[in-house]
Write a protein that binds this ligand. Structure first.
Ligand SMILES: [Fe+2]
Length: 370
């Protein structure tokens, strides 16, 4: 049989949507990827940011790791380090490591008897009640949901943000949809598939800013908190999942693991796309600590820092700019972790079993600014 060249189809935005990213690739076997095919994938990724491969249920953890690594051959460790050994990290309960491929994590919901060498384990889908200050009432929990936490996959201390993340849907509970509430006084809502992963474009987030704001983000840098996932409080997210309320709930430095100053990360607010050169507003809102301005001065007041960043990011997460992926078993989604923000969404029932594999690698190089 003749092998047809792979095809790349942009995702058709649903009615009312203004999304300008997302594509589906067909005709590539990810288990045996040629250099030519990888070039096609890399081009698609940096033009479309979220790339979907259907029917990949049999891809091995090794092939998933190798696809991820191909974007950064010098990278080798999982994006949050070799092991999630900081038991106090808010990320710790959500991840299980594939024993024979430790850069690949298992995430999801419910009880799993056996998978990839692990037996009888419980997965827990992050629920907004564990991270948001105010909650949707329990009796509405299965009908309504929120963005859990908008983020970039990144340790933000010591390690550089991964270039890409791959997410494989192994088991997907189907049948329900939920209404996502912004609950911030805007009245905005969105109809979403159960357990969607939501994506927004950092390029669009940048384009939506005023000229003065664009100049501000072009010339300012963000300093992230050391050990941010231990430092941040797991109970004061804003209702949009975009950043935290400043209520003095962060751990004081004396309660954190030792801090090495040279491991603190200060990144540009805008990150440059390696193929198109376009600029993407890439800020991990719940881990921010300070803003460094063009004139060398520093905004240190955490409440002010959070308010500034919230105003910059909020326009870009309105429903018309959100791509909510409707997962089917076998979907492998590859996304540009330096060009989108994403969020977990949804509330599962205990018996709704969801099993995903996730891989990303701490990058060999920091992001490049304007
Ligand atoms: Fe993530």
């Amino acid at each position: 049989m003749a092998v047809l060249p792979p095809t790349v189809h942009p995702i058709e935005p649903p009615s009312g949507s203004l999304i300008d990213f997302g594509a589906q690739i067909e005709g590539i076997d990810l288990e045996t990827l040629s250099d030519e095919q990888f070039t096609t994938i890399r081009n698609a990724l940096y033009h479309h940011h979220v790339v979907v491969f259907k029917n990949q249920r049999n891809i091995s953890p090794k092939a998933q790791y190798e696809l991820t690594k191909r974007f950064d051959p010098q990278a080798d460790n999982y994006g949050h380090g070799k092991t999630i050994d900081a038991k106090r990290s808010i990320l710790h309960p959500d991840l299980k490591t594939v024993p024979h491929q430790p850069q690949v994590q298992i995430i999801g919901n419910g009880f799993v008897e056996a998978y990839e060498g692990l037996e009888n384990f419980q997965l827990r889908h992050p629920h907004h009640r564990t991270f948001h200050r105010d909650h949707i009432p329990d009796d509405k929990d299965y009908d309504y949901t929120r963005f859990y936490r908008w983020h970039i996959d990144a340790a933000l201390y010591d390690l550089n943000p991964p270039q890409v993340t791959t997410l494989l849907a192994v088991r997907v509970p189907k049948g329900r949809r939920q209404t996502l509430l912004y609950d911030d006084g805007s009245g905005e809502t969105m109809d979403v598939p159960l357990g969607t992963t939501a994506f927004v474009s950092g390029e669009r987030m940048f384009e939506l800013l005023s000229p003065a704001e664009q100049e501000f983000v072009r010339t300012s840098k963000i300093e992230y908190a050391p050990h941010p996932y231990i430092w941040m409080s797991p109970a004061h997210s804003r209702s949009t999942g975009l950043g935290l309320h400043s209520e003095g709930l962060e751990l004081p430095p004396t309660d954190l693991p030792p801090i090495e100053q040279d491991k603190i990360k200060i990144f540009p607010m805008l990150w440059k796309n390696p193929i198109t050169g376009k600029l993407s507003l890439q800020i991990h809102p719940s881990a921010i600590r300070r803003i460094h301005l063009a004139d060398g001065s520093v905004i240190d007041d955490l409440e002010r820092v959070r308010d500034i960043v919230y105003k910059l990011q909020r326009p870009g997460i309105s429903p018309q700019y959100v791509y909510a992926h409707d997962w089917e078993e076998g979907d492998l989604v590859l996304f540009n972790n330096r060009g989108v923000l994403h969020s977990v969404v949804g509330a599962f029932k205990p018996e709704e079993v969801r099993l995903f594999r996730q891989c990303n690698l701490a990058a060999s190089e920091p992001p490049v600014g304007p």
